[in-house]
Design a protein. Structure first.
Ligand code: ZN
Length: 162
């Protein structure tokens, strides 16, 4: 992995030794492109129809994180360090889980907005492994994000927006 150590910043180490790093967006985008061109094995979400979907709906297909199972390393693009679902998804790879089919709304779906259920309880294991980081960073962030949604729902209910 050529992202470490000059190109990335160490964020936290979990109880099991898994380390999470953030990467500058410019370096990240170049890195993802080089992986795909080097190996010439586009995943389904990189294929033209899904690119079309992204361009027209903004449903994300472009990877924002990657996990190296053997090295127990997780890399996410800067800004992804507060994205609980993204981090739990990458930790799922560390635990040996692959991607689910594109129609299965599971945490291990490569598309962010499809990560709705978590039958394997990966997020519980993530919370346990990164307890302090989860409580100090992710919980307050989720709270901040939830509040505007409640206000927005209220506004819809009162017919102010919609
Ligand atoms: Zn993944």
């Amino acid at each position: 992995m050529d992202l470490r150590p000059t190109q990335s910043k160490h964020l936290v180490t979990g109880k099991d030794g898994t380390r999470i790093y953030t990467v500058n967006p410019k370096v990240w985008n170049a890195h993802i492109k080089s992986i795909h061109s080097k190996h010439n094995i586009p995943e389904w979400y990189m294929q033209p129809s899904f690119k079309w979907l992204y361009e027209h709906t903004k449903i994300g297909y472009f990877p924002r994180g990657l996990a190296i199972e053997k090295a127990k390393e997780i890399y996410v693009i800067e800004g992804g360090e507060k994205d609980y679902t993204l981090l739990a998804h990458e930790y799922g790879h560390i635990l040996g889980h692959g991607h689910t089919n594109n129609l299965v709304p599971n945490l291990m779906n490569p598309i962010d907005s499809m990560r709705l259920t978590d039958g394997d309880k990966i997020s519980d294991r993530f919370e346990e492994n990164f307890r302090e980081y989860y409580e100090k960073v992710l919980v307050p962030h989720e709270r901040n994000r939830a509040l505007p949604a409640v206000i927005a729902l209220g506004m819809i209910a009162y017919g102010m927006i919609g």
